[in-house]
Design a protein around this ligand. Structure first.
Ligand code: AMP
Ligand code: MG
Length: 353
């Protein structure tokens, strides 16, 4: 049985945290809120406990986990060395949605790193996450608290929908703030390289580091330094998803045309767009979800996964989603939607009549 305990997201009750920490120390699994998405945590130094994360999620063992720390002073317990550039990043971005890939320390079990010689670490900016790690007294390995390949959870209900009966405890601290996962930055290559775009924008990293390498998740496999486990089909709803990229008017015109085609063929359609786009579409019979206003990428990121889950729950067969450009959080949103679509991306070149 999976227990679910409410917890104050800003001032977590010490009694609740003590209970959750005891589960972690006993080798159990606790799902907890971070500022990005909900994580599924286990004692990162306990190989057995870490292995049970993979079983609960049905996650393949080649996909390494992020180790979460209560603060940067814990770094030395999991990494072999901290390069100067890492120190600067830590000062600027921790606590926060930036994961650093660093040389692995000897205490970290193979289960965490997928046998590799690097380890991914971050300090989350969420009071519940940090209180849990501090109370447990050990670093906590935590991937997103969803079944492997599916959409990451941004509230406790999402966690329960995927993992109820498979884990010990869920700490329900409400909806998460950032809504997409952390940016994974490797400091083990010559040039710092973004392995997964996320909650810290590439532009913010470049302000500090100068140039940062990043290659698109599409079509560059083999030549790209990719994050293990970030396969093209990932973060995927059940409905077959298509992503539309290009200039806004042209994209909306193309979505309109495709909705009509699907409806004519008797297919139920879900449409994921911005609030401002709805007026151009809603006369057609489809299920519409606004992810927020185009004036706030933060809002769109925050609502993205819940919108995908809600379209799935509505029973649609296909989902048509628009892109939000590559700048700021747009890059992470594009990455997640590209993977939700398993690479089925239509680049709309011009308004088609
Ligand atoms: P999740 O916590 O479910 O968002 O997944 C964590 C992701 O972090 C993995 O899928 C990897 O892509 C990435 N990651 C974790 N550890 C490493 C590592 N040592 N090297 C490169 N990427 C990593
Ligand atoms: Mg995940």
């Amino acid at each position: 049985m999976t227990r679910c305990l409410k917890v104050d997201p800003e001032h977590p009750e010490p009694a609740v945290m003590a209970e959750a920490a005891a589960v972690i120390r006993g080798g159990g699994l606790v799902a907890f809120p971070t500022e990005t998405v909900y994580g599924l945590g286990a004692n990162a130094l306990d190989a057995q406990a870490v292995a049970s994360i993979f079983r609960a999620k049905e996650r393949p063992f080649y996909d390494p986990l992020i180790v979460h720390l209560a603060d940067a002073t814990q770094l030395s317990s999991v990494v072999a060395e901290v390069p100067d550039v890492a120190r600067e990043l830590v000062v600027e971005f921790w606590p926060g949605p930036l994961t650093l890939v660093l040389p692995r320390g000897p205490q970290v079990p193979d289960e965490v790193t997928a046998g590799g010689n690097t380890v991914a670490v971050r300090v989350p900016a969420h009071a519940v996450a940090r209180a849990l790690i501090a109370a447990a007294g050990v670093p906590i390995a935590a991937p997103s608290a969803n079944r492997f390949g599916r959409v990451s959870p941004t509230c406790a209900d999402h966690v329960m929908a995927d993992l109820s009966g498979r884990i010990d405890l869920v700490l329900d601290g409400g909806a998460t703030q950032v809504g997409v996962e952390s940016t994974v930055l490797s400091l083990c290559s010559d040039i710092p390289t973004i392995l997964r775009p996320g909650g810290i924008a590439r532009e913010s990293l470049e302000r500090l580091l100068g140039s940062v390498d990043f290659r698109d998740s599409l079509g560059t496999e083999g030549e790209t330094l990719v994050s293990p486990g970030t396969t093209v089909k990932h973060y995927a709803p059940r409905a077959k998803t298509t992503l539309y990229r290009g200039e806004r008017e042209a994209v909306l015109a193309r979505i309109r045309r495709d909705v009509l085609d699907y409806v004519t063929a008797g297919v139920t359609v879900g449409v994921l767009v911005a609030e401002e786009d709805l007026a151009m579409l809603t006369d057609l019979p489809a299920v519409y979800r606004s992810v927020g206003s185009i004036t706030s990428m933060e809002q769109i990121a925050r609502q993205l996964f819940a919108s995908l889950r809600s379209l799935d729950a509505s029973g649609v067969t296909v989902i048509l989603a628009r892109d939000f450009g590559p700048s700021g959080l747009g890059l992470a949103i594009r990455d997640r939607l590209t993977r939700a679509a398993a690479g089925d991306v239509i680049v709309v070149m011009e308004t088609s009549g």
